[in-house]
Design a protein around this ligand. Structure first.
Ligand SMILES: O=C(O)CCC(=O)C(=O)O
Length: 201
């Protein structure tokens, strides 16, 4: 398997990175506000017959009127749907304008320290549509994000800074997997916001 250290401007097709989308102070203020005010859940997932809590906390926020079609879950469990806090609704409206989309859902991940992580996956659920656009905002500790081509297995690494914005669109979910690996020596927490559009089934 080939490995490549990415320059943010040389990411695979469909991945775009902006290091300073939010100021350092705003990112920190938002991190603490969300950490202390969101209703966090830790769903369980069953893999090869073994059920365990996922290695991070989550909050799923979505439009109330889209609720019937907006579901997000893991094998066996579905996350409760929470209403939009004003600050995230305002951010969603700004992003809708900037990217000319209609985000109706937001998955928030809280990585309590470097032991929390997310394994290889693609956001390719049918309800996200054929070529989804997902906007991912990072707050708090810097973490390494990995992108792997599904066929060549080539891996690209990118450090996600606090206040950064990573956009995944086009064929990014069809051609690549992504992951946020453990960094066991890291003691600091991070919050990640992924804005999505979920289509009614
Ligand atoms: O925390 C991250 O940056 C990764 C989030 C992610 O992969 C996802 O929500 O699908």
């Amino acid at each position: 398997m080939q490995r490549q250290k990415a320059n943010p401007h040389m990411l695979p097709n469909g991945f775009y990175y902006q290091a300073k989308a939010l100021s350092a102070q705003k990112s920190l203020d938002l991190f603490y506000y969300l950490r202390d005010s969101l209703t966090w859940q830790q769903p369980k997932t069953t893999v090869f017959g073994k059920t365990n809590p996922i290695p991070r906390m989550q909050c799923f926020i979505a439009d109330a009127d889209a609720d019937a079609g907006v579901r997000y879950g893991y094998s066996g469990s579905t996350l409760n749907v929470e209403p939009w806090p004003d600050v995230l609704d305002a951010m969603r409206l700004r992003l809708n304008k900037q990217f000319d989309v209609g985000f109706n859902a937001l998955l928030v991940n809280l990585y309590r320290d470097g032991n929390d992580c997310m394994g290889w996956h693609a956001d390719d659920e049918a309800e996200l549509g054929h070529e989804p656009i997902i906007v991912s905002i990072s707050l708090g500790a810097e973490r390494v994000f990995k992108i792997k081509h599904k066929v060549t297995k080539e891996v690209t690494s990118l450090t996600l800074h606090s206040g950064s914005c990573l956009v995944m669109n086009g064929l990014s979910q069809q051609q690549y997997l992504h992951a946020l690996p453990k960094q066991t020596r890291l003691a600091h927490p991070r919050i990640n916001l992924t804005f999505r559009t979920i289509f009614q089934k």
